[in-house]
Design a protein around this ligand. Structure first.
Ligand SMILES: [Zn+2]
Length: 92
C-alpha cells in the first residue's frame, strides 16, 4: 500500500477497533449488569486494549512498497509513519 493509505489505516484501524470493542460491550451491558460488572471501566479498558492491539497489528503486519525497489517496507520501531525497506534498507 501507499504511505498515505498506511497513515489512514494506522489512525482509522485503531479507532474502528476501539469503537467496535465498546459497542460490543454496550451490546452486552444487560449481561454485564447481571454479573454486576461495571460498564464504564470495562469500556475504557476495552477501548484502550483494542486501540493498542490494532495499532500493534498495523505496525507489525501492514507494509508499504519501497519507493526505490518496491519491496516490503515496515514501519520503524518507535517512529510513527517512517519506514525501512526490508531489501535495500532505504528509509523513507
Ligand atoms: Zn527497497
Amino acid at each position: 500500500m501507499k504511505p498515505t493509505a498506511y497513515f489512514v489505516l494506522s489512525i482509522g484501524g485503531p479507532i474502528f477497533a476501539a469503537v467496535m470493542a465498546v459497542s460490543t460491550l454496550y451490546a452486552l451491558s444487560d449481561w454485564l449488569e447481571e454479573k454486576r460488572l461495571p460498564f464504564l471501566p470495562l469500556a475504557l479498558i476495552g477501548f484502550v486494549a483494542a486501540w493498542v492491539l490494532a495499532r500493534w497489528l498495523v505496525h507489525h503486519f501492514a507494509w508499504v512498497a519501497c519507493p526505490k525497489c518496491g519491496a516490503k517496507s515496515y514501519e520503524m520501531d518507535g517512529v510513527s509513519s517512517r519506514f525501512r525497506c526490508q531489501v535495500c534498507g532505504k528509509a523513507f
